[in-house]
Write a protein that binds this ligand. Structure first.
Ligand code: GLP
Length: 245
């Protein structure tokens, strides 16, 4: 199917969607490839730009395409499957997939904990915490923004570390002797805000996955409370469930 039938029962935007779907499944259009613009598609298939836009927008909403501000629309790459079975860090996860992790530190500070953070870290409000905000990338593609709060006691030296070159979990475990034991994690659906969109290079309102993790070094002794925002169209979270006997 490569032509638009004008007299048939199927709306034109729908037919264009099917044509584009086929181009992806035939691998005429490859993951990461820029697709033709609305103008090009409307000229090629003899339809209005609005109709072409509707077809593209629906495939963006279905996750087959993604938009990059100022660049155009691209064919989605295979989603990253993030297991939720073991306690791992971003660097380990990306390396395990054969990709190159990198980090941009957006801010780093030592400040008094607010009530919520103190509660998660089981410390007193006002006690010092180390706060680290990072943009996390794989093969130079931004995937997530993470804000980690760490109980400052024992982590004082983190302020002097180069956290663009080093994994936080690796530093904690190998340099600070803090072995991670377990974590609790919540997942929530959301939308990318304007501030996040700029950093993650996706349009405002794209799907987002929010995670909140409390990682422990001993039972009842949290070391990290982290909030992360993942690009929703790039991730699948996987877990395995056993039925209670
Ligand atoms: C995950 C967690 C974060 C944690 C990070 C550590 O992404 N969501 O809470 O801080 O891993 O990653 P790394 O060891 O690469 O710094």
């Amino acid at each position: 199917m490569n032509t638009i039938y004008r007299k048939g029962p199927l709306p034109r935007y729908y037919q264009l969607k099917e044509i584009m779907r086929e181009k992806i499944s035939n691998r005429d259009w490859l993951p990461g490839q820029l697709i033709p613009s609305e103008r090009e598609l409307s000229e090629q298939y003899g339809m209005s730009r609005m109709t072409a836009r509707q077809a593209i927008t629906e495939l963006v909403n279905e996750g087959l395409f993604y938009r990059e501000q100022g660049k155009g629309t691209f064919v989605s790459r295979h989603k990253i499957t993030q297991q939720l079975l073991h306690l791992t860090g971003f660097t380990e996860d990306i390396r395990a997939r054969g990709q190159r992790p990198s980090t941009r530190v957006l801010s780093m500070s030592m400040s008094p904990a607010d009530e919520k953070t103190a509660d998660y870290l089981r410390i007193k409000p006002g006690q010092l915490v180390f706060t680290l905000q990072r943009l996390r990338l794989a093969d130079d593609e931004p995937l997530a923004i993470e804000v980690s709060h760490l109980n400052f006691i024992g982590c004082e030296k983190l302020l002097e570390e180069d956290l663009e070159q080093h994994s936080l979990y690796q530093l904690l475990e190998t340099k600070y002797g803090m072995l991670l034991l377990e974590a609790e994690q919540e997942l929530e659906a959301g939308l990318i805000s304007s501030k996040e969109a700029e950093k993650l290079k996706v349009p405002i309102g794209s799907p987002a996955l929010y995670t909140r993790r409390t990682a422990y070094i001993e039972r009842n002794q949290p070391i990290e409370y982290a909030r992360s925002i993942y690009c929703g169209h790039k991730y699948v979270f996987y877990t395995s469930l056993k039925r209670e006997q």
